[in-house]
Design a protein around this ligand. Structure first.
Ligand code: MLT
Length: 331
């Protein structure tokens, strides 16, 4: 009898040892394209906190800012293959893998933070999430609302399309953004996000565009002087999870991921509204000069919408997709 008991308890100990890793904290990795301190970081930290709380501390997320886990576009590939759990990146860096999300980056479609929230939280956002799972193997579980992308440069105040001429502007490797600058009369330089700071610092390029909060988080004020409020694209930055990793989770963990994503998105929206103005003032205090485009951006809007939109009807899934987006925004 004794021998049997010993065997049973040995067996129990062995199976406990095997079962132990699943019972221990399960740590996920999250890539963050920007430096700590911006809207991506805010979404990531808020998600990690909510997710850990919702799983009673059993699950944890480690954040790796500043492109430590690869350039933003590379993180989509890695997550798609199941080599990376989470990534937060700008939507324009998801578009090459799932072109229908381009409807969110067509210039001047989104005209306010409210528009951005409506599109991402409504039917269109749901549809785009399904498309990214299908096309890129990643699921969008949250959104950072980062504000309008503004143009920065080191050379001169830019107020008109004429002022743009002669400037070498870095853009993400995104066809819509490249076409937009071309419509404005310049040939931009497509470059990965990870290379951008050094390129600005070494004057390989004169300028770039990104939201105020990103400009500050990335310390672009140290290498850029002028800002133009072009407001052509509202920067949305999804939190994506590898679909393989998501499907491997138990239903209660999946639920916690979705709920934490929702809570973090709400936090991100509030953070933007509370922070953007303050950051803008800080950038001015640090010596940046801010201007508005002359004529209220009329010419910029006209050139971009009439030339760029039709070029991308096909890739976003048809003109009716854009019409539906505009309709949902009351336009
Ligand atoms: C880019 O310009 O490549 C991205 O918008 C940068 C970002 O994610 O902040």
């Amino acid at each position: 009898k004794f021998r049997k008991n010993v065997l049973v308890s040995m067996f129990a100990a062995a199976s406990l040892a095997l079962a132990a890793p699943a019972a221990l904290a399960n740590t996920f990795k999250m890539a963050i394209g920007d430096a700590a301190g911006g809207t991506q970081w805010e979404l990531g930290t808020s998600f990690a906190k909510a997710f850990s709380e919702k799983t009673g501390g059993k699950h944890k997320v480690d954040l790796f800012p500043n492109g430590q886990l690869g350039d933003e576009q590379d993180t989509v590939n890695n997550a798609s293959m199941g080599l990376l759990d989470f990534s937060i990146l700008a939507i324009n860096n998801v578009t090459p893998f799932s072109p229908t999300v381009g409807v969110l980056t067509l210039p001047y479609v989104i005209q306010s933070a409210e528009d951005a929230k409506k599109l991402t939280q409504g039917e269109i956002g749901k549809q785009l999430t399904e498309n990214t799972i299908r096309d890129a193997g990643v699921r969008i579980v949250g959104w950072a609302y980062s504000g309008f992308r503004v143009l920065t440069n080191s050379k001169k105040p830019v107020k008109t399309l004429d002022d743009l001429k002669g400037l070498v502007v870095r853009v993400p490797k995104n066809e819509i953004m490249i076409a937009t600058y071309q419509a404005w009369g310049v040939n931009p330089t497509p470059m990965s996000w990870a290379e951008t700071f050094t390129a600005l610092q070494q004057r390989v390029v004169d300028g770039q565009d990104n939201p105020y909060i990103t400009v500050a988080a990335m310390k672009f004020n140290e290498v850029q002087k002028y800002i133009t409020n072009i407001r052509y694209i509202f920067s949305l930055e999804p939190l994506i999870i590898s679909e393989q990793v998501f499907q491997a989770q138990k239903p209660d963990v999946q639920k916690a991921i979705l709920e934490a994503g929702q809570a973090a998105s709400e936090h991100s929206y509030k953070y933007l509204l509370e922070t953007e103005e303050k950051i803008r003032a800080e950038l001015t205090a640090k010596g940046m000069e801010i201007s508005d485009p002359a004529n209220g951006e009329k010419e910029w809007i006209e050139k971009a919408t009439t030339t760029v939109w039709p070029k991308f009807y096909k890739s976003i899934g048809g003109k009716d997709k854009l019409d539906a987006a505009l309709k949902s925004l009351g336009r």
